[in-house]
Design a protein around this ligand. Structure first.
Ligand code: R1P
Ligand code: MN
Ligand code: MN
Length: 398
């Protein structure tokens, strides 16, 4: 039994999924393309990183083998393989819920690639119910670009910026001080209510600070307002069985706070790694620590920053021995991802990819587990490990 840790490296796909073409993502490969860019010197950045991708710990745990990269001579130290997604979307909630045993069999609502993108009736309802003077944006956009374009106007008019992406999201950017953080959260709650009938997965508060287009930066006070998973996930089963679920990073938001015992937040991957170690040091036998490492996706994948993504992977890799040292007999940790976000791919959206499944721990017997037909095999395996009822979908590989 002991404890289980699930680490989601947000967006760290390892190759185009069999159905990638249906998503316009044929040829996407987050890991493979970062690896190639590093090898050919296209991911060098002074003061940040240089040369071939250096991931000795992930390599030892089977990353290269899982990605079908036979160029690694290392025999993995843990359980290694990959998994495809059966949920219909390539978004964060779909990926996480499927990992936790609940694939998403329905279609999310999306906003069209038109300007305005939001139905006028929806905007009217949000404006009326919140008392804001109107909205800016109303289109598909990258979050960092739209605050540069419209941030100053937002400050001058008091109107928040509403935008969307290829995900099922309505995002609201507003200045933390001028507009107010609590007011932004309240506005998101109003918006959440009004997008429910449209089947929108998330409303996301995107607060920023700064006083001009050049200096606007988003803060760590982002908050996601998700619809709850359609069925009880692994996390809820764990809580029902009397276990403590330690949710690190934006995990709790992604699961709409269902099946969460405690929340540990952190600003950036390294702070999140610290919080994960803290949770593990406090976790009892039978507990689950569920961590989302958001930087890979939010700061590097969507921004198509290959060198940044590579450096973030290297920094993560360098800390894995700390996790291994903190594990006790009987513990298992699984490193995986929720979708891809290939930083060399066109656009700025997620990419439909298979993900790595790397399980390790003091007593975990190394073995290949092949290509799993659903991310839910991860949840089923963790349920088996912890001795709790699986959420339904998936087969244990342990
Ligand atoms: O461009 P930003 O605001 O980072 O948005 C990204 O973050 C959203 C939620 O993760 C996605 O829908 C994606 O578009
Ligand atoms: Mn994600
Ligand atoms: Mn994303």
């Amino acid at each position: 039994m002991a404890r289980a840790v699930i680490m989601v490296l947000d967006s760290f796909g390892i190759g185009a999924a069999p159905d990638a073409e249906d998503f316009g993502d044929d040829g996407a490969d987050t890991f493979g393309h970062i690896l190639e860019a590093c090898r050919s010197g296209r991911a060098d950045r002074a003061g940040l990183r240089n040369g071939p991708l250096h991931l000795p710990n992930l390599e030892r745990l089977g990353l290269f083998a899982a990605a079908g990269r036979g160029d690694s001579p290392v025999r993995p130290d843990g359980v290694w393989g990959s998994a495809r997604e059966i949920s219909r979307g390539k978004d964060t909630p779909s990926g996480h819920w499927e990992i936790a045993g609940v694939p998403v069999a329905f279609d999310w609502g999306y906003f069209p690639h038109e300007v305005p993108t939001f139905p006028p009736e929806l905007v009217r309802q949000i404006v009326d119910d919140s008392g804001i003077p109107g909205i800016l944006g109303d289109r598909h956009a990258s979050g960092t670009e739209i605050i540069r374009d419209l941030g100053e106007e937002s400050l001058a008019t008091g109107k928040p910026i509403l935008y969307t992406s290829s995900d099922s999201v309505l995002q609201i950017a507003a200045h933390e001080a001028h507009f107010g953080l609590d007011r932004l959260y309240e506005l998101c709650t109003v918006a959440r209510r009004h997008v429910d009938p449209l089947n929108i997965g998330r409303v996301i508060a995107r607060p920023f600070i700064g006083d001009s287009a050049e200096s606007f930066t988003r803060t760590a006070n982002r908050r996601d307002y998700s619809v709850p998973p359609p069925q009880p996930t692994l996390l809820e089963r764990a809580v029902e069985a009397g276990r403590t679920v330690h949710a690190v990073g934006k995990t709790a938001d992604i699961f709409a706070h269902r099946g969460i015992s405690r929340v540990l937040k952190g600003d950036g991957n390294m702070a999140l790694f610290d919080r994960m170690l803290e949770a593990l040091s406090e976790a009892s036998s039978g507990d689950l620590v569920f961590v989302n490492f958001v930087d890979f996706d939010m700061i590097y994948g969507h921004r198509r920053d290959v060198a940044g993504y590579a450096a973030a992977l290297e920094a993560f890799d360098a800390r894995l021995p700390e996790l291994e040292a903190a594990m006790r007999p009987g513990d298992i940790a699984i490193a995986t991802a929720d979708h891809g976000c290939d930083p060399t791919f066109r656009g700025s959206d997620h990419t439909r990819e298979i993900v790595p499944v790397l399980g390790f721990g003091p007593d975990v017997e190394p073995k290949p587990i092949g290509r799993r037909e659903t991310f839910a095999d991860i949840g089923a395996s963790v349920a088996a490990h912890l001795g709790i009822a699986a959420a339904g979908a998936g087969r244990s590989f342990l």
